[in-house]
Design a protein around this ligand. Structure first.
Ligand code: BG6
Length: 511
């Protein structure tokens, strides 16, 4: 589908509107993987696009011993390695690097926060950051509470001169109870409007486009319900395995890692009611209502509607790869799932009776994240002598990544004197705008600096998602899997997942 090329809106008219007030960002866990892979490349890219406020500063706070200069060198290396096409160089990097400093300290030691307070005061004096602070917690869950308490005791959690906000990374708890406790501890120190629970899927361009697609177009809303929709499939398939993250993943597993947060958030945006306005409170409220409407899986459903898998050895993208249990630091008898699929129902008037299928897995056949809305077959098949393949029902596909876009499948007549039909696609590709999408972290960091929480998870939403997921985790913990590994790396997951589609539903898509 042809689309007029547009100028990058972040570079043109919207830029001024979207430049936040000067601020300093403190990264706890500054020597970790997330800082190197995501945060620093995103910040540098924002700086290059001139979207960061003047005087923007970063204070890295981590246990690793490093000088300011060593931190800058490490971050330059990180941006080179993970920053895409623009390796940092010359004056642009020098200007950005001037704002980077580092404190080597234990986040649990309260006396170390004096150094942090001094660094922030220095930044206010020398770089004009105006008392505005953004605390980014890129740390394991066990470090969150001590950091939050120390920020309070050192007087950094609330400033009279500017604002203080805190971004908390996932995993946000490991079940409903721990998520509630975490919310409690953070809320004892920060108000809800200061807390930004990040889910990077919400920063993805095509996930945001779900809102625009649904609510800026009149023709889809009338069919966006149980009268016209047969089923919904949300897929997040990855070709990567556990990489070097066994320490985290062995504890988490795929259901917690991908479905509790990313997939349920995407589902919430796909299925929620239209908000009265696109504002943070209204959007988050509608998402929470949707998540609370998920029918809890009862004992029977826990057995039949939730499927787990773990990859054995296989071939992915032409390369031989080991089984999960043979990956570095993974227990050779590990029962951790690397694949999870759930069939669920939303109990409200719009969706009652429409099955929703969520699946996520590592080492699957292709890297693809998508939402597929399968519509009901036309009520009368007038062209019934056509092969079924040529008469497939309409399907709306939102491709979140890669090859971001939206396509609609419908049936068309083949040219010629006879009535012969074929499924065809009307296709919109994001690439046709001719503007590269900003990374999810760029968008979300900027939103937080601007004080816009629309794309962040609300406390109630996080708890509602855990309330749905926790019984599955408990059931799985009580019934260790007997058949792991049960799918080959490079396949589409365990065969058992196909049973979820029993009863005439469209099978899992093989994108
Ligand atoms: C992270 C998960 O949140 O999302 C990872 O912890 C997963 O396991 C990653 O690989 C996927 O993100 P993306 O943006 O590559 O789809």
């Amino acid at each position: 589908m042809a689309v007029a090329t547009v100028e990058n809106p972040l570079r043109t008219g919207m830029r001024l509107e979207r430049t936040p007030a000067p601020c300093a960002m403190v990264i706890f866990g500054a020597s970790g993987d997330l800082t190197r892979r995501k945060l620093m490349p995103a910040l540098y890219h924002l700086a290059q696009e001139r979207l960061l406020p003047p005087g923007f500063s970063v204070v890295g706070f981590s246990r690793t011993d490093m000088s300011d200069q060593q931190f800058r060198d490490a971050m330059r290396q990180a941006v080179t390695e993970f920053g895409g096409e623009q390796p940092p160089q010359g004056a642009a990097w020098a200007h950005f690097a001037e704002g980077l400093s580092y404190i080597s300290a234990h986040p649990g030691h309260s006396e170390e926060y004096r150094k942090l307070a001094e660094a922030l005061e220095r930044s206010d004096r020398q770089r004009g950051t105006g008392g505005n602070r953004l605390f980014y917690l890129a740390v394991p869950p066990s470090s969150i509470e001590p950091i939050v308490n120390n920020l309070q005791q050192s007087g950094l959690a609330h400033t009279s001169a500017g604002w203080a906000r805190i971004i908390v990374e996932k995993p946000f708890g490991h079940d409903l109870e721990s998520a509630r406790e975490l919310n409690e501890s953070i809320s004892r120190v920060f108000r809800e409007d200061q807390i930004y629970r990040i889910d990077h899927y919400l920063g993805k361009e095509t996930v945001q486009n779900l809102l625009v697609f649904r609510f800026a177009n009149g023709i889809f809303e009338p069919v966006w319900n149980r009268r016209y929709v047969e089923s919904i499939q949300v897929t997040a398939a990855e070709t990567v395995g556990v990489e070097n993250r066994a320490g985290y993943f062995e504890e988490a597993g795929e259901l917690r890692d991908m479905i509790q947060n990313h997939l349920l958030q995407v589902l919430a945006l796909t299925a929620m009611e239209p908000p009265a306005v696109i504002g943070a409170d209204q959007v988050r409220l509608e998402k929470v209502k949707l998540l609370r409407a998920l029918r809890p899986l009862d004992e029977g459903a826990l057995r039949t509607c939730a499927v787990r898998g773990q990859y054995g050895p296989g071939w992915v993208e032409g390369k031989k790869v080991p089984a999960y249990r043979q990956e570095p630091d993974v227990d050779p008898n590990s029962a951790t799932e690397t694949y999870a699929a759930v069939k669920l129902f939303i109990e409200n008037w719009r969706w009652a009776g429409v099955p929703v299928y969520l699946r996520a897995g590592k080492r699957l056949a292709r890297h693809v994240t998508e939402v597929a809305i399968q519509f009901k077959q036309a009520p009368l098949l007038l062209f019934h002598d056509q092969p079924t393949e040529a008469m497939r029902p309409n399907l709306l596909l939102v491709r979140i990544q890669p090859d971001e876009g939206i396509s609609l499948r419908f049936t068309a007549k083949l040219p010629g004197p006879a009535i012969q039909t074929r499924s065809v696609h009307m296709d919109f590709r994001y690439a046709s705008f001719g503007v590269p999408s900003a990374s999810a972290y760029e968008r979300l960091l900027l939103d937080c600096m601007l004080g816009d929480p629309t794309l962040f998870a609300h406390r109630d939403g996080v708890e509602a998602a855990w309330a749905f997921i926790t019984p599955i985790l408990q059931y799985w913990a009580a019934e260790p899997p007997a058949d792991f590994p049960n799918y080959a790396a490079g396949s589409w997951g365990p065969e058992e997942a196909d049973k979820l589609m029993a009863g005439g539903c469209a099978p899992w898509r093989r994108p």
